[in-house]
Design a protein around this ligand. Structure first.
Ligand SMILES: Cc1cc2nc3c(=O)[nH]c(=O)nc-3n(C[C@H](O)[C@H](O)[C@H](O)COP(=O)(O)OP(=O)(O)OC[C@H]3O[C@@H](n4cnc5c(N)ncnc54)[C@H](O)[C@@H]3O)c2cc1C
Length: 428
């Protein structure tokens, strides 16, 4: 087959690498001069910052992405985070912030901070919910209905904010329980040695080693459709014909590249659904320090911060991500949709949080990056993803606009790519 891929983000590269290995002819078109979308490194002052991700793969080497990379024989080493997560809580029992001191607890000890009644309830709920997951309602609703204690919501907000860049009230409880199932199935996070770029480079090598090409600085402006079938695209004014088009830019952006009026009414529900998709927004604050700020390779969740949800220190796995003797720390905060217009205030609150979380420590703020709209944290907020198919035959969508169920971020992308490529290979 001749395949054209729109976008060289992780979804596009995974699809292109897989189809290249299957012997297909693949061209990838990327409008930016760099490859990798929101999953590659940016060098700044000798630090390997990133275009998006926090250099972390949610389920590490054994998750959907780790497994797919292994299947593709991509040359990447992913180091499992140990411990998976710690949680920073105030030392004083009823304190609601970190100003009077804090301590870090292991993730599995979160239960100890519930009342006795809630601990008993939780033990029952953990077993029953795995068998009978909730069918409706948000995670926040589930917490207040079952464990009416502030700690439950704080923890859920911190976890959803870190992993999905959403408040618990905006994540369906079913999705969170699917994610928890995936934690049992695939285990916790990991960090690729070399950061996001190591993954991107390995995939580029597979694509180019099969004689296929990634055209950078080449924007796709139209998808060519004949008799309801994708037959090619227009990029930088040139027409390219193909058997299949895969788009890594989300359903909505993809639909803007073809004439939707030519489609019959059966496609109407698809267009209604894609107009409802809401990207998740967030802010990443990159810090440098001369001493470690977090003493491990996992995530530090900060449920008592006003805005910061969690932090990782990637140099604890790969010191080469910073100049010799320096540490690179990345903090993430979810931005609620109604606050997107007030980003500066949101950032100030995040910076204030960091000064409390790292009170008494010296650090430098290297870079603050914000993400929303067409350059979001996730193109479809988790739990709202559509399938990889479109109403047009031979046109598929991959990437974080079409993640697999229960798949966090790049692991969700890998689940979606597996579904899409298997579908393509089985039907051709
Ligand atoms: C702050 C932040 C932190 C994150 N942290 C993590 C993390 O730690 N772990 C994790 O797993 N995930 C994380 N994510 C999410 C992860 O980075 C993204 O889900 C993933 O990189 C998205 O990949 P993609 O292939 O879907 O899309 P993208 O990376 O957006 O790729 C799409 C590409 O298409 C190109 N393009 C768009 N339109 C056109 C066009 N018309 N023609 C040609 N090219 C076009 C774009 O330039 C882009 O390069 C984070 C994201 C952010 C923003």
């Amino acid at each position: 087959m001749k395949v054209l891929v729109i976008g060289s983000g992780l979804g596009g590269l995974l699809s292109a690498a897989w189809l290249s290995r299957e012997g297909h002819e693949v061209d990838v078109f990327e409008r930016l001069p760099i490859i990798g979308g929101r999953f590659t490194n940016i060098e700044y002052k000798g630090f390997q910052l990133s275009t998006g991700a926090l250099h972390m793969i949610p389920h590490g080497p054994t998750g959907p992405l780790g497994t797919l990379l292994k299947d593709l024989e991509a040359d990447v080493k992913i180091v499992r985070s140990r411990p998976m997560t710690t949680i920073r809580i105030p030392t004083e029992k009823d304190a609601m912030d970190y100003t009077h001191g804090f301590q870090d607890i292991e993730f599995h000890d979160f239960r100890k901070h519930f009342s006795l009644l809630n601990r008993i309830k939780l033990a029952i709920l953990i077993t029953t919910t795995r068998t009978f997951p909730p069918k409706s309602g948000s995670m926040a609703h589930w917490c207040s209905k079952n464990l009416n204690q502030d700690w439950a919501l704080k923890l859920a907000d911190s976890f959803c904010g870190w992993a999905l860049s959403l408040k618990a009230e905006n994540v369906p409880a079913t999705e969170v329980f699917e994610i928890i199932e995936n934690m049992y199935r695939y285990s916790g996070p990991g960090i690729p040695v070399g950061g996001c770029q190591a993954v991107t480079e390995a995939l580029i090598n597979i694509i180019s080693s099969h004689g296929n090409k990634i055209h950078t600085s080449t924007e796709v402006t139209q998808i060519l459709v004949e008799n309801n079938k994708a037959v090619g695209l227009v990029a930088d004014g040139n027409e390219y014909r193909a058997d299949l088009v895969i788009s890594d830019i989300g359903h909505l952006e993809t639909s803007r590249l073809y004439d939707t009026n030519a489609l019959d009414t059966s496609a109407a529900s698809y267009f209604t659904a894609i107009r409802k998709l809401r990207p998740s927004a967030g802010v990443k604050i990159c810090l440098a320090s001369n001493e470690p700020l977090i003493e491990h390779t996992g995530v530090l969740l900060t449920p008592y911060a006003q805005r910061i949800n969690g932090i990782d220190e990637v140099t604890n796995v790969d010191p080469s991500l910073a100049p010799a003797g320096k540490h690179l720390i990345m903090a993430h905060q979810c931005v609620q949709w109604e606050n997107i217009g007030r980003l500066e205030e949101e950032i100030d609150l995040g910076l204030r949080d960091l000064s409390e979380i790292f009170a008494g420590k010296e650090y430098e703020v290297l870079l603050i990056q914000s993400y929303s709209g067409e350059w979001p944290v996730n193109r479809s907020s988790s739990g709202s993803d559509l399938s990889n198919r479109t109403p047009i035959e031979g046109l598929y969508v991959v990437g974080d606009g079409a993640k697999g169920k229960g798949g966090i971020e790049v692991d969700g992308i890998a689940l979606g790519v597996r579904t899409a490529i298997n579908d393509i290979l089985n039907s051709n």
